[in-house]
Design a protein around this ligand. Structure first.
Ligand SMILES: Cc1cc2nc3c(=O)[nH]c(=O)nc-3n(C[C@H](O)[C@H](O)[C@H](O)COP(=O)(O)OP(=O)(O)OC[C@H]3O[C@@H](n4cnc5c(N)ncnc54)[C@H](O)[C@@H]3O)c2cc1C
Length: 299
């Protein structure tokens, strides 16, 4: 009988025992037992079918910029979305597949004079990752531009079209986490490309002055608790610049943890635990991680 490995080996871009440190912006993480890189909806279905058939857990991986993967890796199938990267324009709408980098959406929007998502400039993820976490800034989120989302339900392989206002979007969350987000349609408005570029440059300038851009990080580690900013709490607790192994609380922005070179995922995980413990003790606030954890972090 054909095994899981045989089946996945036939998938384009598939491999075994792939170190995930090359696929995460933290630059950490152990190996994926299997990795598949489907290039069409049909291939996505085949991968999920194989996972179901062989009882393999799966992890959907966009650009890995909001993810901490265990040093033990992921004992299942990592489904890379990078080959699902088509972007089309229809009137005032951009249709994009989930693996499209946000930078591609921005370029397409500017070249078609379509404004409304300039605030995403500098967010290094994919469209799918951005939708699942409702990426954005303090007061601008991608959900505001979403008209509809085509999702695949991994259990039944059914494809559904969810309207933007039915996706349960909230602060850095959505109701999409149990689905494979396949494609989305963004509603934009006619805009002056020069003005759009100016807004994007301003956003980038603000980021460069306040965030450790260029370091190995995954953006903000914790969500802001109601009425407060996680970064300010961490700084007031005296942890800005604090190091644990190769992981460090960024001296530039206390809600960023950076890999200073030799960090393991465990270093980052333990530093997160240390921060949570201190903030709980000092302020009686439990910080909720904004980044997603994958794999086993137990002792
Ligand atoms: C320097 C830096 C700055 C950042 N600034 C911001 C910011 O200002 N605002 C902000 O919101 N974020 C920010 N981020 C975080 C990150 O870039 C965004 O959350 C981004 O949208 C994540 O996309 P991704 O493709 O990298 O997702 P991944 O890290 O690959 O995945 C994140 C989660 O989404 C799931 N997922 C990914 N694709 C799919 C899919 N197609 N279907 C279903 N689930 C999927 C994954 O399984 C995982 O649970 C920053 C990160 C960095 C490194």
């Amino acid at each position: 009988m054909e095994g899981m490995g045989d089946l996945l080996r036939r998938m384009p871009g598939s491999r075994e025992n792939v170190p995930l440190s090359g696929y995460t912006s933290f630059g950490t993480g152990g190996p994926a037992r299997y990795m598949a890189a489907p290039g069409s909806l049909q291939e996505v279905k085949e991968v999920f079918l194989a996972c179901r058939q062989y009882g393999q857990p799966y992890l959907i991986l966009g650009r890995g910029t909001n993810l901490l993967v265990s040093d033990r890796g992921f004992q299942g199938v990592v489904i890379l979305t990078c080959r699902l990267n088509s972007v089309f324009v229809r009137e005032n709408r951009i249709l994009c597949e989930c693996g499209s980098p946000i930078t591609s959406l921005m370029k397409t929007a500017v070249s078609h004079c379509l404004g409304g998502i300039e605030f995403l400039a500098g967010i290094p993820g994919s469209a799918g990752g951005a939708l699942v976490s409702n990426a954005g800034l303090k007061d601008h989120w991608i959900s505001r531009a979403v008209r509809e989302i085509y999702v695949l339900y991994p259990e039944s392989l059914e494809v559904k079209n969810i309207k933007g206002d039915e996706a349960a979007f909230g602060y850095r969350k959505s109701g999409l986490a149990d689905y494979f987000v396949y494609r989305t349609v963004l509603n934009l408005s006619p805009a002056d490309p020069g003005e759009m570029r100016r807004k994007m440059r301003d956003n980038m300038r603000r980021r460069i002055s306040s965030q450790p851009i260029g370091s190995m990080s995954a953006g903000s580690v914790f969500k802001n608790p109601p009425g407060a900013f996680a970064g300010q709490l961490i700084e007031k607790a005296g942890l800005k610049g604090y190091s644990l192994g190769g992981a460090r609380v960024s001296p530039k922005h206390a809600n960023f943890i950076v890999n200073t070179g030799g960090a393991t995922s465990r270093d980052i995980y333990l530093l997160m635990s240390k921060i949570r413990e201190k903030i709980r003790k000092d302020y009686n606030i439990t910080l909720e991680p904004e980044i997603k954890l994958a794999g086993d972090f137990g002792e």
